[in-house]
Design a protein. Structure first.
Length: 109
């Protein structure tokens, strides 16, 4: 089963240093291994400068139990086997905001 762009999933730490946590999926079906792995950004509860807030009105399905933010500076690749459950989905506008912020940290411009 492939998870959607904007899905928030709970997955185990891909680096093996912690337990499970939520991640926002920012890759879409054009990813070369869509359904097998995903580009994701860490979802946290610690609000930092430039974090993207997940306000109640950005959820199109599901929710998170606590006020949360996305850390665009913290992208990871999640393998499908690391994902435990899909708990929510957010609007495309939030995904765009996270990706725009992430892109400001990488590249040549």
């Amino acid at each position: 089963m492939a998870y959607p762009l904007g899905g928030i999933v709970v997955a185990r730490d891909p680096f093996g240093s912690g337990g499970e946590r939520p991640y926002l999926l920012v890759s879409n079906e054009t990813h070369p291994f869509h359904g097998e792995e995903y580009v994701a950004a860490v979802v946290a509860t610690t609000d930092r400068d430039r974090a993207v807030v997940l306000a109640d009105d950005v959820f199109t399905a599901g929710s998170l139990p606590r006020r949360s933010v996305v850390s665009p500076w913290n992208p990871v690749t999640l393998k499908d086997e690391f994902i435990d459950t899909h708990v929510a989905t957010v609007t495309g506008g939030i995904v765009d905001e996270v990706v725009t912020e992430l892109c400001s940290y990488v590249g040549t411009r």
